[in-house]
Design a protein. Structure first.
Lengths: 380, 305
């Protein structure tokens, strides 16, 4: 049974379903851009889920809403689907205000976290459900189901009941059930979180390919920053119902706008800036030189040092941005080596690619060098 | 080595059998003595002849089944057939209306805060703690001529002046609905509590109107509860004795009354026994039909038997 799952949706496949062809027509593109204006949502008296979200998503974009649980990302997705109504603000898809439109009248389909397949229906009836509700004639429905089943490589399973399928197969059925309706926007609510790691990373790649082939707007919700970086064209990081940063994976990872984003993206080397003058900042690690582009009027903030930008050596420290530290811990990861260093009593993480250079031992004195270009100033 | 393990297995199977006997035997004996034997006796009675005082006697005959089918001294009369049909009709109408009333109630309770739900369920159940006869008398008082309800119905032209809503077959239907509502609400509530809301949302998301979302996503999920409720309501309603007797005013007899009368006033035990067998048969047919329906719609068959 698992064989179907491991089979990839081949990129070279020449057989494209009608779904794909229609989406490729560029006229359809403008119909799938999303504009959110001042969206507010509150649950009960004190829980603020969304605190005035402004966001524009381009047509054909793979857009990810990233954040910890309770940050409002799922609420935002449910508002897009129409399953939740915002208290205030407006939602425009393809130039049409659909804030008040009920879910069954929106050209938006969702892949639910639990898949939410109908257990009393066969795979075929699950796939055909949206078309049936739209009044597509039975003959056409069958044809489209056959096409999409082939597209996701589950053609031989259409007669089965849903409870006879594996997790990966269900995931694909859920995706196909939404794709078959050719929506303007596809919403995905942590669709991979129930799968094991291997299948998960494989489906990440597949999902990304499907999106590129169909040119459909995908809005993807996840709390996993690696998943977000692998798949997305752009990422919005949310916290406490507010958007912290919107940008490409590289922007969000390399130049996080706030300390929250930096920590959420997995950065640990954050140091408070106590004073700054020109390109120089004063931190608990000492005086460090920044690139001219990092110069701001802000006196305070955080300094981010990415572990992979640090250079470790045995020479005597000389010049600027050179620190003297001690190796406290070493984790050998095969392709890379992680060090926990201390500079004075401040901890610093460093990651070195395993290129055959000298491996430092616990207790070694090392010189830590960092380029001014690799230091990033982060707001509070 | 092999012998010991075989011995051990044998010993454990004996122990299992003994456990089974100890746990099942008391219940089985109870059912044997108080259900199976009397039922067999009742069946035997149905094939005997009616004696001078209504008691069964020899010889064996099919006389009581003929009487039940309507063949009497004066030729065939449709009275008993009407009673059977009326029982069926009342059962179907009452069960259908109970379903319609119970669905929103059960759903509403699940939408309430968790701490209120037990209290609301209690409110549904509490009336059934009172004796059924007393509650039925209460309805008699509510529906009698001259009461506000009757006057209101009169002013709308539903009933003739001074007739009252009771006694009538309408009153019987109302009484049945009232009496059996908790038996439908409870299993439906249990089904609603387990409802997977994501399926409902998925249906809406896939262009289902609210009505269709109910039909395709809510109804199948609550089907097991619904069928359980139908069994709990329809079977007792079919054999109901008190409500038709009191609220029907002797005019809207159901099968239960027909049977009961043969053991009391009219005194014809064999005929009563034949009626009881008819009820039993009808119930079995009904359960069988439900089972088929449940199987066809999927997921509901395990509830019915």
């Amino acid at each position: 049974m698992n064989e179907n799952v491991t089979e990839e949706i081949s990129e070279t496949s020449t057989q494209r379903p009608a779904v794909a062809l229609k989406q490729e027509q560029s006229a359809n593109h403008d119909a799938s851009s999303i504009e959110m204006r001042r969206l507010h949502k509150r649950f009960g008296r004190d829980t603020v889920a969304l605190d005035g979200v402004d966001l524009t998503i381009q047509a054909g974009e793979f857009f990810t809403l990233l954040g910890p649980s309770g940050c409002g990302k799922t609420t935002l997705l449910r508002i897009l689907a129409g399953l939740e109504a915002p208290d205030d603000g407006s939602l425009v898809i393809g130039g049409k205000d659909i804030t008040e439109t009920p879910p069954h009248k929106r050209s938006v389909n969702t892949v639910f976290q639990s898949y939410a397949l109908f257990p009393h229906l066969s795979v075929r009836d699950n796939l055909a459900f949206g078309l049936k509700m739209r009044g597509v004639p039975a003959e056409q429905r069958l044809q489209k189901v056959a096409e999409i089943a082939q597209f996701i490589k589950l053609g031989q399973l259409v007669e089965r009941r849903v409870d006879q399928l594996s997790g990966g197969q269900r995931q694909r059925i859920a995706l196909a059930r939404a794709l078959i309706c050719e929506p303007a926007v596809l919403l995905l609510d942590e669709p991979l979180s129930a799968l094991d790691a291997g299948l998960r990373s494989q489906l990440q790649v597949e999902l990304k390919r499907v999106q590129k082939r169909l040119g459909m707007t995908f809005v993807f919700v996840t709390h996993d920053q690696d998943e977000a970086m692998v798949m997305s064209d752009r990422i919005a990081v949310l916290d406490g119902g507010n958007i912290q940063q919107v940008g490409t994976p590289a922007e969000v990872y390399e130049r996080p706008a706030t300390a929250f984003v930096a920590r959420f993206m997995g950065h640990e080397n954050l140091y408070a800036i106590t004073a700054s003058q020109d390109n120089w900042v004063e931190t608990s690690l000492g005086r460090l030189l920044l690139a001219p582009s990092e110069q701001t009027s802000a006196q305070e903030g955080w300094l981010l040092i990415r572990p992979e930008t640090l250079e470790l050596g045995q020479d005597q420290p000389e010049g600027y941005n050179c620190l003297q530290g001690v190796v406290k811990e070493r984790l050998y990861r095969g392709s890379r080596i992680e060090y926990r260093l201390t500079v004075g009593d401040i901890t610093l993480m460093a990651v070195a690619s395993n290129l055959g250079q000298r491996i430092h031992h616990v207790g070694d004195q090392v010189t830590i060098g960092v380029c001014p270009e690799d230091l990033v100033r982060v707001a509070f | 080595m092999a012998t010991t393990s075989r011995l051990r297995r044998r010993y454990s199977s004996i122990r299992e059998a003994r456990h089974l006997l100890l746990t099942v035997a008391p219940g089985a004996a109870w059912i044997m003595v108080f259900l199976v034997l009397p039922s067999l006796y009742l069946m035997a009675v149905a094939f005997m002849t009616n004696g001078p005082y209504g008691l069964p006697q020899m010889p064996l005959s099919l006389e009581s089944f003929k009487r039940l089918a309507g063949f009497g001294f004066l030729g065939w009369s449709p009275g008993n057939l009407y009673t059977l049909l009326r029982s069926l009709w009342q059962t179907i109408i009452a069960t259908g209306l109970v379903v319609i009333v119970a669905y929103p109630i059960a759903y509403y309770i699940t939408t309430c805060r968790a701490k209120w739900r037990p209290i609301m369920l209690l409110l549904v159940v509490v009336p059934s703690w009172t004796n059924q006869v007393i509650r039925t008398f209460g309805w008699m008082n509510l529906l009698a001529p001259g009461t506000p309800l009757s006057s209101f119905a009169e002013s709308l032209g539903f009933i003739a002046p001074n007739m009252g809503l009771y006694p009538s077959s309408f009153a019987v239907t109302l009484g049945l609905i009232y009496n059996f509502l908790p038996f439908m609400v409870l299993p439906l509530y249990a089904a609603f509590e387990k409802l997977d809301l994501a399926q409902v949302e998925a249906a809406q998301d896939l262009y289902a109107t609210p009505v269709r979302a109910f039909w395709y996503a809510v109804f199948p999920q609550t089907l097991a509860g619904l069928l359980a409720g139908v069994v709990l309501v329809a079977i007792p309603a079919f054999g109901m004795y008190v409500i038709p007797e009191l609220l029907g005013g002797g005019k809207s007899l159901m099968l239960g009354n027909l049977v009961a009368n043969q053991f009391s006033g009219g005194a014809n035990w064999p005929l009563g026994a034949a009626g009881a067998i008819l009820m039993l048969l009808a119930t079995f047919i009904g359960l069988f039909a439900m089972r088929r329906i449940g199987k066809r719609l999927g997921g509901g068959e395990q509830v019915v038997i």
